[in-house]
Design a protein around this ligand. Structure first.
Ligand code: GLY
Length: 398
């Protein structure tokens, strides 16, 4: 009798778990199909003059297009590569290749700013990962060398915004977003590039870990350094609510960035740090999983959300889960699933409103631009998170 009970309980448990797994994979499939349908609508309407979709304001239904020197230009080709990865359909590969190649001039000119990583790694990086086309490889290697020209060995970081030196009177400035672009340097050093690229990436991450965070592990958006001595001057904001507030996407870049740096270095200092910056984000997150555009804006009436921060964080947590012990692994994975579930709801998916994937991202609130909008990088990281969930937990030794 006792044994019969346990056998039944285990069998019921297995059926429930299998049903949940099947439902989760059906949800991902449905969302991936949705993304491909939306992207197809964009492909039909995109002008054929070398521009890329960037954002759709909440009052509009059509994309605003930007030239390839815009910092977001790599995300559209990146989306096309992810859809090719999800579907295996050669048509998507053809489109991905076409839009990727439009970015080639960026690898043939001096660095405008740190965004080269976002531009080239989302496009050519994904292209090379999926095709091993040596032409893509050459572009990535060249661009990594270009990005490295912005490195200041005294400060130990890359100069993120050379234009702001004059425009704002900011000397050597480094923004938290810059963490993402280290991936380009790690990749290049592994694929035949200079070892110095690896060293620069590690030093940038170490310096950022030391100077870019408050004691509670929330991040400054921008840190200013003395260009000559390299000494830290102060932490400030550009896109956040205040110098001492936590800009949501900045914290998301930090979670994603330090998780990636751990993957590339296997240095446990970065893994511990990634967890700390993730934990403070999760502790302050509203119950519906989508942050306000700044964590200190939650008490302001009608403060907009930032779906892009949620998408970046979801993608990062699916990876971070694979590096952490069982209890934390489950926590990160479940939180990432909660974020994807919220983003995939009728409140956040664009559906009939426009041809992007997601609504309700905030680009630059203090500037009054891209508020409560559809933004291309929200779509990119949403799709990446869906694919990471579909691949399942990638466990490495912990
Ligand atoms: N990297 C610029 C931004 O996140 O808005």
């Amino acid at each position: 009798m006792k044994y019969t009970f346990w056998i039944c309980a285990v069998a019921v448990g297995m059926i429930v778990t299998l049903t949940q797994c099947k439902k989760a994979s059906d949800d991902v499939k449905t969302s991936l199909t949705y993304c491909a349908e939306q992207a197809r609508k964009t492909l039909v309407s995109i002008p054929r003059n070398g521009v890329m979709p960037r954002n759709i304001d909440s009052s509009k239904t059509e994309w605003r297009y930007v030239p390839v020197d815009d910092w977001t230009s790599g995300f559209w080709p990146g989306i096309l590569w992810y859809i090719y990865e999800a579907t295996g359909d050669e048509q998507w590969k053809k489109e991905a290749d076409k839009y990727t190649r439009m970015l080639t001039p960026l690898s043939q000119q001096p660095a405008h700013d740190h965004d080269l990583g976002f531009q080239i790694f989302s496009s050519f990086g994904n292209g090379y990962r999926l095709t091993h086309d040596s032409a893509y490889r050459n572009v990535i290697l060249r661009t990594a060398d270009t990005l490295a020209t912005l490195y200041n060995p005294k400060a130990g970081t890359i100069l993120s915004w050379p234009g702001m030196v004059k425009e704002k009177g900011w000397p050597h400035n480094t923004i938290i977003d810059n963490m993402i672009n280290l991936e380009l340097l790690f990749w290049a050093s592994r694929e035949g590039g200079n070892q110095a690229l690896y060293d620069i990436a590690v030093r940038h991450a170490e310096t950022t870990m030391k100077n870019h965070f408050r004691p509670d592990h929330t991040s400054y958006h921008v840190v200013l350094y003395d260009t000559i001595t390299g000494a830290k001057i102060k932490g400030i904001t550009h896109q956040g609510l205040a110098d001492e507030s936590t800009w949501a996407r900045g914290q998301a870049w930090a979670i994603y960035g330090f998780t990636m740096v751990y993957r590339e270095t296997k240095d446990v200092r970065f893994l511990e740090f990634a967890q700390k910056v993730a934990d403070v984000y999760l502790e302050q997150l509203p119950d519906d999983y989508i942050p306000y555009w700044d964590f200190h804006a939650g008490t302001i009436a009608d403060a907009p959300r930032d779906a892009s921060a949620a998408a970046i964080t979801a993608s990062a947590l699916f990876e971070l889960a694979g590096y952490t012990p069982a209890d934390k692994c489950e926590h990160y994975w479940k939180m990432a699933e909660g974020m994807l579930h919220a983003l995939s709801s009728d409140k956040y998916q664009s559906r009939q409103h426009n041809s992007s994937f997601l609504l309700h991202s905030t680009g630059h609130k203090p500037n009054g631009t891209e508020i409560d909008a559809s933004i291309i990088y929200a779509d990119y990281y949403y799709l990446e998170a869906l694919l990471r969930k579909q691949k399942g937990l990638q466990r490495t030794d912990v």
